[in-house]
Design a protein around this ligand. Sequence first.
Ligand code: SAM
Length: 245
Amino acid sequence: MPYRDKTPPSPETARNSVYSSTRNLSQPTICLPGSLAYDVRLQMEGLHLLAALPDDSIPVVIFDPQYRGVLEHLAYGNEGETRGSPRRALRQMKGEIPEFVRAIDRVLVPSGHLFLWMDKYHLCSGFQDWMAGTRLEVVDMITWSKKKIGMGYRSRRVGEHVVALQKPPRRAKGVWTRHDIPDVWIEPVARSGHTHRKPVGLQAALIEAVSNPGDVIVDPAAGSFSVLEACRQTDRRFLGCDING
Ligand SMILES: C[S@@+](CC[C@H](N)C(=O)[O-])C[C@H]1O[C@@H](n2cnc3c(N)ncnc32)[C@H](O)[C@@H]1O
């Protein structure tokens, strides 16, 4: 006996299903201030970039905050004078993270997504304080398997995690249109000068899932600008910056 009926759904059923690949969200037109430009590496404070954007205007923000959660709380103990020095040299965010998340909540379109990179310390101990005062709801999480073993007194890290949050109204139908993204994504770490570089392939898949070609994708702390590369691959416009350029 077949495990389940594999008969393809009728076009009408497919359109009405959460597995539909039809998007009915479109991005409003944005008038950018003259100091900002698409598809370039802006050097500026991420909160200033977000402050320049109108309310309810952006379908996707990808945010990878700079903080030392896993290193400090799990005390890996190998951040000596030389080891880990590129990581230590980066400017750390502390109190600003909730401020970034509130600003992102403001600029997202209704049913827009924030993809928030997170380490396992915050994933397990909670990140509700980052969400305070926002309407964002967790809707999914994907683990990036880097195929490269990292630190750990106990288990050794091979993964990082990206949490998908959605601004209300929370819905998949008509919004999330790629249904082939596994919740463990294997992609080798790319060689780059940036110690926290994230996978272009996974970010491109997520961008494709919840935006349309030509939409503006924002990254307010872009590091090596991996999201800019993901936007080039998917024919989206990129708007992003890093304090260090
Ligand atoms: C975790 S890294 C991002 C890595 C990036 N996702 C990539 O794939 O390369 C965080 C970045 O935030 C930047 N940063 C720290 N504070 C910032 C701020 N207030 N505004 C903008 N960028 C900031 C740091 O310079 C660092 O490059």
